[in-house]
Write a protein of this length. Structure first.
Length: 155
């Protein structure tokens, strides 16, 4: 196995997966859902009632058997809104397409990057200008492990 050292991925700021959890679809939690929009500008009168409930499992998980949660560390995806400590919802049933954020296994390490395709050439891109694009070549040990569908971020 030839180990290729990608530019900018070994040093500080690298975003990598620090934990992986499977999805347990048996848990149901119905949360009140207000159907009236919430103003991000000036306050508006709130409705006095809840119209329906929302189960976050149904809303966020499309393929339960292929869905995982991963925690990330590092800053290479900061401009995509992925911060250290965030949890990503990853769907392994989805085929990666151009511009998706993906979990890749590169040289036996998990990493989070944006997948880009230009003709016959594919790249893994950081969302931080301090890191150079990584061109995927045939001699690399790489697997696109899953597509990131949601970011859970504490404010």
């Amino acid at each position: 196995m030839k180990v290729v050292e990608p530019i900018g991925m070994k040093h500080r700021g690298k975003v990598r997966v620090t934990g992986i959890w499977g999805f347990n679809g048996k848990t149901k939690l119905k949360i009140p859902l207000f159907t009236a929009g919430i103003s991000a500008g000036f306050p508006s009168p709130a409705d006095d009632f809840v119209d329906k409930t929302l189960d976050l499992n149904e809303f966020l998980i499309k393929h339960p058997a292929a869905t995982f949660f991963v925690r990330v560390e590092g800053t290479s995806m900061i401009e995509a809104g992925i911060h250290p400590g965030d949890i990503l919802i990853v769907d392994r049933a989805l085929e990666p397409h151009d511009n998706n954020i993906v979990i890749a296994v590169l040289n036996s390490e998990f990493t989070v990057k944006r997948f880009r395709r230009r003709g016959d050439t594919c790249y893994l891109l950081a969302e931080n200008p301090a890191f150079k694009p990584l061109e995927i070549s045939g001699d690399m040990q790489i697997e696109l492990w899953g597509v990131v569908t949601h970011v859970i971020h504490k404010v």
